[in-house]
Design a protein around this ligand. Sequence first.
Ligand code: HSE
Length: 407
Amino acid sequence: MNDKKLKIGLFGLGVVGQGIWKIIARAKNAHAEIVKICVRDIDKPRGIDVTHDLLTTDGNDILNDPEINLIVEVVDNADASYRYVTEALRRGIPVVSGNKAMIARHLPELIRLQSEHNTALLYDASSCGSIPVIRNLEEYYDNDLLLEVKGILNGSTNFILSRVFDHGEDYQHALRKAQQLGFAESDPSFDVGGYDALFKLVIITVHALGVYVAPDHVFTYGIGNIGDFDIRYAREKGVKIKLVAQVVKVAEEKFTMFVMPEFVSPEKYIYSVDDEYNGVVIRGECYDRQFMFGKGAGSLPTASSILSDVMARRHDYRYEYKKMHYQTLPVYTDDVELRIYIRYRDTDISKLPFIRVREQYTSDDNKYLIGDILLKDLKHNRALLDNPDIFVANIPLFFKDRDTLPE
Ligand code: HSE
C-alpha cells in the first residue's frame, strides 16, 4: 500500500480554491491535507470553515516550507500563477494547476522546467473542468490514429447560448448569471471572446498531437457580436450556434486549429451539450468518434479534477509528453478552406477574399453571405470581424461525409 502523505500548499482561495478545500476534506483516500493557503486578503469573508492560522499573503511561506510536498495553484491572475508555478518547479516541488491562460502561454518553458528539475506539473483542471481530457489524450490516445479533437470547451459561453437559444433570455442577463454562478472568468471577455476556449485548445493540442502552437497564432472569434438575426436564422435552419474549438488533421502531416461559433445540427453529439456542460469529440481513424461530456465550469466540478491530479501525485504520476518526441509530427497550417456565414449590415466586406460565394441575402436591416474562404485570409482580416456590425459562424466541412450518427 502507498502510504505517501501529501502536504499541500494552496495558492488561491476563490471559487475553485474553496471547492478544493471542501473536496480534500472529504477525500479520505487522498491522504492529503492542506497545510497552508496563500490568499490576497486574509480577512475577506469566505463561506468555508478555514482557520486564519492557515492563511498567508506571502507565497514564500509556502515555497519555503519543507513540509509541503505538493503545491496546488488556482489563483485568478496569470502573472502571479506563472511566478509561483515556475518557482515551485525550479525548487523541484510538484504542482497541480488549473490556470489555462498561464499554461497555454508558457507550456514549452513549463515542460522544460519539469524535465530539468525532475518534477511534475499536472493540469487536467485547466481544460474542460471535470472532464478528464488531458490525461486521456496523454495516455490512452498515445498512438498515431487521432484525426480530430473538437468540442465545447467553455462553460460560460455555452451557458449563455443555451439561455438565449432555449429560454429566450437576454444575452447580458445570461452573462450576469454565468458570473454569479462562478462559471465566468473574472474578466468575462476571456470567455465571450473565445480566449478561454483557445487556451484550452492549445493545451489539448500538445497532448493530442504533441505540437505546441502559441495562442497568438490561432484564429479565435467569440460570441460577443451574436445578434437576434443570427439566432432566428439558426432556429429556422434547425441548428444551434455553439462556440466550438477544434484541432483537426487536414492531411497526413498537417493539422489546423481554430475557435469560432459554429452551426451545430441535431445529429451532432455536441448539439445536446447545454448550459455549463462541456463536450469533447475525439475522432480517430479506426473508431470514428468518441464523446466525453461533463460539467466544464464551476467550483466543485473543477475541484474534482484537481483532486484527481492530487491523487495521481500519490503515485508520482507525471505527463511524459511522449508525442512531442514522435519521429514525425504534423505541422500546423492555416492554409485550409472553411465555409462561413457572415452577417453584416453597413460594413464593406469586399476585402474578404471569398473563393466561392454560395448564398447571399439582403434586406433593409441585415445582409448575410455564405461562402468559402481560407483560414489564413480570415486571420489576415481578423480586425474587421470585431466590428459590432459583423457576426461570423463556421459551417462545418471536415469529415462531413462521415459526420452523422449511425442509423
Ligand atoms: N470560465 C471558464 C468556463 C471556467 O466558463 O469554462 C472553466 O474553465
